[in-house]
Design a protein around this ligand. Structure first.
Ligand SMILES: [Zn+2]
Ligand SMILES: [Zn+2]
Length: 318
């Protein structure tokens, strides 16, 4: 596996910058590049929204966000009206939308309204369950948005997601993009594996602190090169979710995340950063992705590619 020596020796970020790591692709003058915490490409703003949309976006703007992708889980709109009423009451959500296509309409109207803000650049998206890549997609809904994010599941209770999962999904997205020519993102694959392994350990009465970096590793030898081969030069991105920060203080998790992600960045795979925020508590926390992205090799230049692409598509659309 291609992995730089400085990382294997466990050098600090400062020492890393000085060392002989392969250069990270990407470029831009500082004023022409959004800082990591200025971007949130996965912000829940639909049925689960706890407060009015304006207030919800104020949290993001106040913490420094300049670019957001507003989205919702597409499958929520497939509830029956009765199921929806009950679920909404239990979740105490402020937002209220019709189910079905009327709900898609109402949501997109709200997002268009949010797009008039002067302090944020607003794009729209859906978060879609990865299984729909096997069973079929809801075409009309998918055509309404700027970006499609695919929810890689932790698959709790079953086999954790791994390199083979991602290789398969990446290829499926490449095929799907012929019919839906918008940027696509594989959402939060790496942290879903960690979640699965830790929950399995808890369920089986084992200490999750005993899980090794080797066991956390997402990829087998050779898989990163295969994935980079599929994704390099494409408009398919991988999300580095905010939950990465929750595992960052666990040394085995951190070592596995760096070993899994940094070689991808070095080989030209492109990423997004996001909060995946649902709750007010989450929205009030400062979003500081640089605290984990620097060591992962996920730079502002790398993560600006998708923003530049979305801006160009918007500028050229009739
Ligand atoms: Zn998700
Ligand atoms: Zn999400």
């Amino acid at each position: 596996m291609r992995m730089c020596v400085a990382l294997l020796l466990g050098l600090s970020s400062a020492a890393l910058a000085e060392s002989a790591c392969p250069p990270l692709p990407g470029y831009g003058l500082p004023p022409g590049v959004f800082a990591l915490h200025e971007m949130d490409l996965h912000l829940h703003a639909g049925m689960e929204r706890p407060v009015p949309l304006t207030d919800w976006l104020d949290y993001a703007a106040k913490d420094g966000r300049k670019v957001v992708v507003l989205l919702d889980h597409l499958e929520l709109y497939r509830k029956s009206p009765e199921e929806y009423r009950q679920w909404r009451d239990e979740g105490k959500f402020q937002a209220e939308y019709p189910v079905g296509a009327a709900g898609h309409d109402a949501l997109m109207k709200d997002f268009a309204q949010a797009g008039r803000r002067q302090d944020l650049i607003v794009f729209t998206g859906w978060e879609v369950y990865e299984g729909e890549l096997d069973t079929g997609v809801e075409a009309e809904a998918l055509r309404r948005v700027d970006l499609l994010g695919w929810h890689i599941s932790p698959n709790n209770g079953r086999e954790a997601p791994n390199g083979q999962t991602l290789l398969r999904r990446a290829q499926q997205l490449k095929d799907l993009q012929k019919d839906f020519p918008v940027p696509m993102v594989l959402f939060h694959p790496f942290t879903m594996r960690i979640e699965n392994l830790q929950r399995t350990a808890q369920r089986e009465g084992r200490d999750s602190a005993a899980i090794t970096a080797e066991q956390y590793r997402f990829f087998q030898p050779g898989e990163q090169e295969q994935l980079a081969e599929i994704l390099r030069g494409s408009s398919i991105y991988i999300e580095i979710s905010n939950s990465t920060g929750h595992y960052w203080d666990q040394p085995a998790c951190r070592a596995a995340l760096i070993a899994d992600i940094r070689p991808l960045a070095e080989q030209g795979v492109q990423f997004i950063v996001s909060t995946d925020a649902h709750s007010v508590k989450h929205a009030e926390e400062p979003f500081r992705p640089e605290s984990y992205c620097t060591e992962l090799g996920v730079t502002p230049e790398n993560t600006n590619t998708i923003v530049r692409e979305l801006l160009a598509i918007r500028a050229k659309s009739p």
